[in-house]
Design a protein around this ligand. Sequence first.
Ligand code: NAD
Length: 493
Amino acid sequence: RTTAPTSIVVFGGTGDLAKRKLFPAFFNLFIDEWMPKQFQILALGRKQYTQEGFRAYVLENLKEFSRNNNYTEEQWMSFSEKITFLNFDITDENSFLNLNDKLTAFDVACNKRTNRLFYLSVAPSFIDKVSVNLHKTGLASNIEKDRIIIEKPFGYDKASAIALNKLLNENFKEEQIYRIDHYLGKETVQNILAFRFANTVFEPLWSNRHIESVQITVAEQVGVEDRGGYYDHSGALRDMIQNHLLQILCMVAMDAPVEFESALIRDKKAEILKAVRRIKPEDINHYTVRAQYTEGVIKGDAKQGYRQEPGVDPNSNTETFVAMKFYIDNPRWQGVPFYMRTGKSMEQKKSSVVVNFKDVPNKTFVNGRNNPVPNQLTINIQPEMDIRLSFMAKKPGLDMTLNPVEMVFDYFECAPDSPEAYETLLIDALDGDSTLFMRSDQVEEAWDIIATIQEEWENGTYSPMHTYAAGSWGPAAADELLSRQGHRWLSTT
Ligand code: NAD
């Protein structure tokens, strides 16, 4: 782990992400002794704070958002001393000169050119200004030591993603750029690679020879809450499928890298995205379902419909739910449907991958009493964090009656207080390990996969907007998408 003294610069240090995720993550890393011995956090924002006032604000947020509230006053004091608030205007070059003074002073105190981690936790419209000014002032010019973290969304469509990558690559080297998708930092997502490639027993089954279909679900129980204005210009396809779900797909479907090495792993993921079959405009209605939630009941409370949410256009055509079917055109996955679905205001919060194996190939136990259920492997990502393998077993008793049973590996039992995704990703970025971050080609491929769907949904005539009651598992059309092939969603039970 890195021991290099580091300056962490949070653009947007007074924003929502910094408050809920970044400061708690840095603090927990500090308590658990993962941070370098010498570091400073420069929190930049437009608000006016005294140093004491800002530290008090951070402490207040830690109490609310940190996974761990078991720390001493002394730990907090030594962490808080490392935080400096800097009133900052991204559009003003003088602010960058002021920042330079702080960075240089830290270098002098450490007696060396320290590492620098610039976290761009600001609206996408500011990335341009920050990048150009960082480049102009030379603050991030050391390719080995200086890193830039970029938050999603990485563009709005393929063209804007290419433009964003071009802008970043004009100002930094690709190896300095860390595009964060917090799903990749989740224990259960990282474990997919360990599960597949550090065992002998699963990988030989991991292909169209034995697998009937794969399902990826990322269901949220919350609606758009106070982000209606933002969400109405985004929607589930852009906000979830393009990044989180396609990244999970890569973990499930990629081939084994020769070594656990960033470039090799990212190459294998990019290969999968390239191999995902593009859907033709006239087939979009056959392969995809889009829907909006209408009023309903969630956990006993009445929930209003999407079009009635504050900030949402009452005639909005933005989808809050997507279900779709992908094929991957490579020898391993030829013919296997990958179903994906994601939505807001659904019955439960649940992210999972379900791998459905083929029917048992012999008829030994197909008789009046028994009919073996195909094996099923479920990887629960959140809120449950476990892996479940279902298989048939003989029911204890005198006759040969079979029952499906489960083997379970439960993360919570092993590590009830495991690190948050942001902790994992921040320590990797501090360490210069980009394995779990997205490379420019992955981002562009992912946009390319959904490009025709975006166009068709915006301008085309093939795809109706379905509805589903808030608190349900989505529209009936999402079930029909699977039942046409004799399948059904399996993570709803
Ligand atoms: P936010 O609106 O809460 O915060 C924006 C920050 O930018 C504030 O600190 C503000 O002071 C600063 N800022 C705005 N104009 C500025 C200027 N001219 N000069 C200096 N600073 C300025 O936003 P957020 O929710 O924290 O999101 C930050 C980024 O993270 C966005 O790109 C967002 O898409 C992404 N993101 C956020 C979340 C989340 O949970 N909040 C999740 C995923 C991605």
